[in-house]
Design a protein around this ligand. Structure first.
Ligand code: ADP
Length: 286
């Protein structure tokens, strides 16, 4: 599978340019779209899902223009939006069966639904109402509905926000299993999600792509340029004025600063191995 986005632009009626000349090429596997809140991730996801049209630019899936072939794209698409809306008081099995019927599946629906419930570890809860599911179970149910029809392109928007670590882990395992032979685009502001799952990624900020490549390419940007030290509370402001502070963290109750510097900083600064979070802060600092 190959998804190619070229010169894509979208400005909303309020003047906000949510997609600013985006160019991306995405192949099979998990692709992480990382950006802070308001960066334009959902706008881009909705556009790829053909739920909204861009002002200009093109998107092709295996060379097929998705905007002039929306029905064809939707047949190949699974989409898990950020908010799935209100869940009715019907069982997981009945709801999936209903969605499968709406998607035009007429044969072996029972086996398909049970297979999907099994895949997302909800088989034993199949008779339980979806409205009574926990957040993690609802997300896994969301993946099951998105997988009906065996899509080649799966889009998941901010899937792990609000999940506890166990649920998040389980969700990650399901996603990485699915991604073996299709494109899975994971949109998130959680750096750790991308580190754990994605072999390719982009960082977007204010609607434009600021980085694309592998997580290790991203780390290379900051090689030998991140330095860290503890500072006293009273010193925080002057450090912020004098250094390019990437992040401040509490470490054993003390403030630890990570700063970016082209020059080597000496003790009490220590050179630090940059992590993807540093890159994220560095790219999105402006
Ligand atoms: P993200 O998913 O990264 O949080 P969004 O795509 O939701 O970003 O939003 C990008 C920008 O576009 C934000 O400034 C947001 O307020 C604005 N925006 C999103 N949807 C609309 C809309 N329908 N009308 C106007 N502005 C919008």
């Amino acid at each position: 599978m190959n998804l190619v986005i070229q010169n894509l632009n979208k400005k909303y009626a309020n003047g906000i340019k949510a997609i600013d000349n985006v160019n991306l090429e995405i192949g099979n596997g998990m692709f992480g779209l990382l950006g802070p809140n308001g960066a334009g991730k959902s706008s881009l996801m909705r556009t790829i899902a053909t739920l909204q049209d861009p002002d200009s630019g093109s998107i092709t899936l295996n060379e097929m223009d998705i905007f002039t072939n929306k029905d064809e794209l939707r047949k190949q698409l699974g989409y898990l939006p950020q908010e799935f809306g209100v869940y009715p008081k019907i069982s997981a099995y009945d709801m999936l069966f209903h969605i499968a019927t709406l998607k035009g599946i007429k044969e072996n629906t029972k086996d398909l639904v049970l297979g999907l419930l099994n895949k997302v570890n909800l088989y034993e809860f199949r008779k339980k109402n979806v409205s009574d599911f926990s957040g993690g179970m609802k997300q896994r149910f969301g993946i099951a509905q998105a997988l009906i029809g065996n899509p080649n392109l799966l889009i998941v928007d901010e899937p792990t926000a609000g999940l506890d670590p166990t649920e998040r882990n389980r969700f990650h395992n399901i996603l990485s299993e699915i991604a073996e032979d299709k494109i899975v685009i994971l949109s998130t502001h959680i750096v750790q999600d991308v580190i754990e799952l994605c072999n390719n990624m982009a960082i977007i900020h204010n609607g434009s792509v600021r980085f694309k490549g592998s997580p290790s390419d991203a780390l290379a940007i900051l090689k030998d340029k991140v330095f860290g030290r503890f500072v006293e509370k009273g010193e925080l402001e002057s450090f912020k004025a004098n250094y390019q502070v990437l992040s401040e963290k509490l470490n054993a109750g003390k403030n630890f600063l990570n700063v970016y510097s082209e020059q080597v900083l000496t003790s009490p600064f220590d050179k630090k191995q940059a992590d993807l979070e540093d890159v994220f802060f560095y790219i999105c600092r402006a």
